[in-house]
Design a protein around this ligand. Structure first.
Ligand code: AMP
Length: 288
């Protein structure tokens, strides 16, 4: 395993690999790694001779400074996990390496309706920051395939859109395929997340209620009016001990347009974002 901290060093090494015909799988992360992250690395390693994992807590995607400051950082443990996983390359850049021209956004990505709903609405600027960092990472790594987790459902759609935008604006950069891996969960159903490290013991007991509500939505989807389904889920989360529910929504899984009634031809996804204590958790489930 090699750790690169500079763009130039990483690019030089990857150019050599590419020149011998090797394909490159890429797993971008913000660290505090868990088995969900490792499942993406495993899939990349199965499919490509070279796997790059980046660890970078991206300041521009945090709309809340406290959330950024409290984001868990466990670099040494992360490196040990990646070594055990036989990851080829860790890219561990500093902020100045990723943002040589400063953190202020130089351009706006047209994400269409994706930006106005769900996390786009509740975390203003978040997806612009995600696009800023992922565009830079894709330009640096130029992967054959990009591995993302369904856990961040809206982010997956945003990054697919970004890949299209990049292909239109810059034909020279080969377009990576996007591979979306299923959400890994704890035995009680809680979606694995770096933010789970911040949960108190009590809140950790409360947190799986999100998964329970997703299962309820799935079970009742065709039978009950969506408005009632969503209101019931919000109330159940609050009763379970969540302090605030940003949203419980049911949407078309293809474009995240919010839906009000069942239609057997549409693939629906339920998405939840809610606070337990100070920690904001998100999760989702395909319903039909
Ligand atoms: P993060 O470090 O949270 O930015 O996540 C890095 C990548 O890992 C993203 O593509 C996430 O969607 C994915 N990921 C996060 N949690 C999980 C999980 N529980 N199962 C599978 N993938 C995940």
């Amino acid at each position: 395993m090699i750790i690169f901290k500079t763009v130039a060093g990483l690019q030089h090494w990857l150019d050599n690999q590419r020149s011998t015909g090797k394909t490159i799988g890429f797993v971008p992360t913000m660290g505090a790694l868990h088995s969900g992250h490792l499942s993406l690395i495993e899939e990349s390693r199965r499919r490509h001779p070279v796997t790059v994992c980046s660890i970078f807590v991206n300041p521009t995607q945090f709309n809340d400074t406290k959330d950024f400051e409290k984001y868990p950082v466990t670099i040494e443990q992360d490196c040990r996990m990646l070594e055990q996983q036989q990851t080829d390359i860790i890219f561990l850049p500093r902020v100045a390496e990723m943002y040589p021209n400063g953190l202020t956004a130089k351009k706006h990505y047209d994400l269409g309706k994706l930006e106005g709903v769900l996390d786009g609405a509740f975390r203003p600027g978040h997806f612009q920051g995600v696009c800023q960092v992922v565009e830079r990472l894709l330009q640096i790594v130029q992967p054959t395939e990009l591995f993302l987790g369904q856990k961040d459902f809206q982010q997956c759609l945003v990054i697919k859109r970004l890949v299209e935008i990049m292909a239109q604006q810059d034909g020279a950069v080969a377009r990576p395929s996007v591979n979306i891996a299923p959400t890994l969960r704890e035995p009680d159903g809680l979606a694995m997340s770096s933010r789970n490290l911040r949960l108190s013991q009590t809140d950790r007991q409360i947190a799986p209620a999100i998964y329970q509500q997703l299962l309820q939505l799935k079970e009742n989807l065709p039978k009950i009016d969506f408005t009632i389904l969503k209101q019931t889920a919000v109330q159940n989360l609050l009763n379970a001990g969540f302090v605030k529910v940003d949203y419980v929504e049911i949407a078309d899984a293809g474009n995240l347009e919010l839906a009000n009634h069942f239609d057997p031809k549409t693939k629906f996804v339920a998405l939840i974002a809610a606070f337990v204590g100070e920690v904001r958790l998100i999760d989702n489930m395909i319903l039909n």
